[in-house]
Design a protein around this ligand. Structure first.
Ligand code: PLP
Length: 335
């Protein structure tokens, strides 16, 4: 099918079955890196803009502003380029260079509010974006509280239902704003009432309680209690669990080397937890994992040995556990 706009290529991403150990549950990866910009977040970027246009909050030639660690900004930058809007991304020093370069490639303007400060500065980013948008009379998309964020994942839920029908027992996803998991889960549960929805965040993130601490999984989690996003709807999520950086990144590396699947750091964490669950259920149980993005944006970090050593992230016990939870690729028979 021939399309006329890049945004028409959003969605209908593939499902890949992971070769879980014999007797374990079936783990299916919804590979959202097959979207333009290589991430699920383009879905909500488009919906936030569509809804703002419909409400006449955004008019031709308008200006968009968002606080973003990268993937949302990447999506907004593409939509802005396609529709002729100006876009300013308010970022901090935590954002990956590849995501920032991607936004620049689409003609976005970057406003870094971190100064010399290293690491995540989510609260400052949101406050900076609010201030800047008000000063410039621009439209702040505000992914932390915009219903367009979760609404953007309605098509994702429908795709899963089209492909799998009622045959989904668990939905696993990373939780940052909560938009992707809550938006997908809310729609899917209307069709599958018994569906269990599991949110995964880094150890050190506070969406599901616990102590705050630094973590390296990018784009996911909430580093401080005061910043939990309004779109995170706890009523949709049955269970919130935590995954360490080592578990997340060793999973990314293991999948790349043994199966040729390149996924991003947050998705690695979600896959690890889904595989653990798969060991406790039977082969009739289907677990769907939302893979937020691909590994290409993390070649300098997760897939870089020196960076892994410098941050003390290698863990042979995790690799052993992965080997016990997955079958070697060569023994996988085509079904
Ligand atoms: C790589 C990555 N993983 C996970 C998430 C979390 O998604 P959500 O904000 O929908 O909870 C994001 C959000 O930007 C992300 O970029």
């Amino acid at each position: 099918m021939i399309k006329d706009r890049v945004s028409d290529l959003i969605g209908r991403t593939p499902l890949l079955r992971l070769a879980a150990a014999d007797g374990a549950g079936t783990v299916l990866l919804k590979l959202e890196q097959y979207n333009p910009t290589g991430t699920a977040k383009i879905r909500m970027a488009r919906t936030m803009v569509d809804e703002a246009e419909a409400q006449e909050l955004l008019t031709p030639g308008g200006w968009l502003v968002e606080a973003t660690s990268g993937n949302t900004g990447f999506g907004l930058a593409l939509i802005a380029a396609e529709r002729g809007y100006k876009f300013t991304a308010v970022v901090d020093n935590h954002s990956s260079v590849e995501k920032l370069r991607g936004m620049l490639a689409y003609g976005a303007e970057l406003l870094n509010i971190s100064g010399d400060r290293e690491g995540l500065a989510t609260a400052e980013r949101y406050a900076g974006a609010r201030r800047f948008a008000a000063e410039q009379g621009a439209y702040l998309t505000a992914q932390d509280r915009n219903p367009g964020n979760p609404n953007g994942y309605r098509p994702l839920a429908l795709e899963l239902h089209d492909d799998l029908g009622e045959d989904i027992d668990y939905l696993y996803g990373a939780v940052g704003t909560g938009g992707s998991l809550c938006g997908t889960g809310r729609v899917l549960r209307k069709r599958i009432p018994d569906l269990k929805i599991i949110g995964v965040e880094p150890v050190g993130s506070v969406n599901f309680g616990g102590d705050e601490a630094p973590y390296h999984q990018s784009g996911t989690g909430t580093p401080e209690i005061g910043e939990i996003c309004d779109v995170l709807d706890y009523d949709v999520i049955d269970e919130g669990i935590k995954v360490s950086d080592s578990e997340a990144f060793e999973t990314c590396r293991y999948l790349a080397r043994n199966f040729g699947v390149l996924i991003g750091g947050s998705a690695g964490g979600v896959v690890y937890k889904a595989l653990e669950r798969a060991q406790c259920v039977g082969p009739e149980t289907t677990i769907v994992v939302l893979v937020c993005d691909g590994g290409e944006k993390y070649l300098d970090t997760v897939f870089n040995d020196e960076w892994m050593v410098a941050n003390g992230l290698f863990d042979a016990r995790v690799v052993d556990r992965l080997a016990s939870m997955l079958r070697p690729a060569r023994s996988v028979t085509k079904r």
